[in-house]
Ligand binder design. Structure first.
Ligand code: HEM
Length: 493
């Protein structure tokens, strides 16, 4: 270990400072001097140490690792990271909760973010998923309202179960995701014991420039484990950063967690005959019809040296897809293509992608961007900064060109509300065993039971549309729930 005491303390200009503990004053009882630059700079820097937190997914942990291809999928994709069995690619993963602000516990009931940056030779592929294969809605116009319903009340500034169920009870397409959230998967035992999913439909493009639709799955090799409501409520009082410590310590001890990557594929023809809209984020593709195919494995084997530099400043974007991987017409995904880089520019400045954790590691960014706040690299030096030029300029790559896809119809605001909300929620419910169902009723009751009569009534109708039994059991669990409802009502509901 370096002997820190042998180093000289300087300011940021490298100038040795005379003291780090005593400010400069007039005598023992006199005022401080404005010329105490050492003190002024130390205070001024401190005042600017916080950056905006992520508007969602503010609490999280990150680690580096390696992705290794185990099975050949080159018939589907020309992406270089999948080019041969045995190929290794460096990755950085960040796991997160969604709704709570920074400083909150990381083991409460919520979805979990599952973001993986693959540093490929064709640039960074960001797989920005969750621990569930579906979501609460399928139109991005509803996302901002949904998130506000999950965060603090505008007046009281604490989170209300009433607000969550208020939104869900009026959003029938949320029912499938609500059942996942209120079941065991809604409170995973830390980051190591949960699966990850790309959730949306994406596409893979091969050397012949043929496109196939795909879903990405990352199955935990540690096994899915969960906390009961009683356990996580107790545990977060004892160790609010349980998940962070669990992951960090496992890696420090050499007990590297790993996930197996699998895909489901769907041809265009299958997509047209699929029972559901294949681009609807509230739906899964049943495994029996679209079997999981193994692709590879990633392990996390290195903790970051500095949390702020590498985890807080990490910036993932669904816009970052590499040749051989692309998006689909999923409305939510289309909106996310824009949203993330916009958020990063707000949170980290326009040059967020030059921060070491975000820049490509296996290739060099040869982008046409110049200047801007926080430009700390060489800004492409003396290379000419316009195109065309007789001096020459980097050229586009045809490999990155995608095959065309068919789109037609009248441009309009087209509701998807007439499409089925319940069939897959029913399938999910049918897969649960009796213990899982029992916990589901009680988890729902503990939260929904605190809400207003109107909200309970509307939500019960959604449960009834899944199965009358589900509604009856939840009703019964609510009537048995202690302490008695309601919690103080939010001011406006
Ligand atoms: C974070 C927007 C849906 C997964 C974020 C951030 C924004 C955002 C603005 C913060 C980014 C930052 O400051 O770095 C949206 C919008 C959505 C949407 C507009 C829908 C229209 C989803 C869905 C998933 C998802 C469906 C998963 C399938 C994540 C994850 C993060 C995140 C994992 C945290 C990334 C990290 O670790 O830094 N989202 N989101 N989001 N979102 Fe979304």
């Amino acid at each position: 270990m370096a002997d820190n005491n042998k180093e000289i303390l300087t300011n940021a200009a490298g100038i040795p400072v005379p003291s780090n503990t005593v400010s400069k004053s007039v005598g023992k009882q006199g005022p401080l001097l404005l010329e105490d630059y050492t003190l002024l700079e130390k205070m001024a820097h401190f005042n600017r140490e916080r950056i905006p937190e992520r508007v969602v997914h503010a609490i999280g942990s990150g680690a580096y690792g390696t992705f290794t291809v185990t099975d050949d999928i080159t018939q589907y994709t020309k992406a270089k990271l999948f080019s041969e069995v045995g190929k290794e690619t460096e990755i950085f993963a960040r796991f997160s909760t969604v709704a709570k602000s920074k400083g909150g516990s990381d083991i409460y009931r919520d979805l979990r973010g599952f973001a993986v940056k693959f540093y490929t030779e064709d640039g960074n592929w960001d797989m920005v998923g969750n621990n569930t294969p579906i979501f609460f809605m399928r139109d991005p116009m509803k996302f901002m309202d949904f998130i506000r319903s999950q965060k603090e009340h505008p007046k009281e500034h604490w989170r209300h179960d009433q607000m969550w169920w208020d939104f869900w009870s009026l959003t029938p397409e949320s029912i499938h995701q609500v059942l996942w959230l209120m079941g065991d998967r809604g409170a995973p035992m830390g980051w190591r014991h949960m699966n990850g999913y790309g959730s949306h439909t994406f596409s893979l493009i091969n050397d012949e420039n043929e496109r196939i639709w795909v879903k990405f799955h990352f199955i935990t090799d540690q096994g899915n484990k969960f906390f009961t409501d009683e356990q996580w409520r107790k545990m977060q009082g004892i160790e609010p950063r349980w998940a962070a410590k669990d992951l960090y310590n496992a890696i420090e001890e050499g007990n590297y967690p790993s996930w197996t990557m699998k895909i489901q594929t769907m041809s265009d023809e299958q997509a047209q005959n699929f029972q559901w809209n294949p681009f609807d984020l509230t739906k899964v593709w049943p495994h029996a019809d679209f079997p999981l195919q193994k692709v590879g494995k990633f392990e996390l084997n290195r903790n970051p040296e500095n949390y702020f530099a590498e985890v807080e400043q990490a910036a993932f974007s669904p816009g970052n897809v590499v040749p051989g991987i692309s998006w689909s017409p999923d409305r939510m995904l289309q909106a996310r293509i824009m949203s993330y880089a916009d958020a990063h520019r707000h949170r980290l400045s326009v040059n967020y992608d030059t921060i070491p954790v975000n820049k490509p590691h296996a290739t060099k960014a040869n982008d046409p961007y110049r200047d801007g706040l926080m430009r700390t690299d060489d800004n492409k030096g003396g290379r000419i900064n316009y195109n065309p030029s007789h001096e020459g300029y980097p050229q586009p790559d045809k490999r990155a060109e995608e095959p065309p896809y068919h789109a037609s119809g009248m441009a309009a605001r087209i509701e998807l509300d007439t499409e089925d909300h319940y069939a897959q929620a029913r399938m999910y419910y049918d897969m649960l065993n009796n213990d899982e169902k029992e916990r589901l009723y009680n988890n729902i009751a503990g939260s929904l039971g605190k809400c207003s009569e109107q909200v309970i009534k509307d939500q019960m109708q959604l449960f009834r549309n899944v199965y009358p039994e589900l509604a009856d059991k939840v009703e019964k669990a609510i009537s048995n729930t202690e302490p008695p409802k309601p919690e103080p009502k939010p001011a406006t509901v």
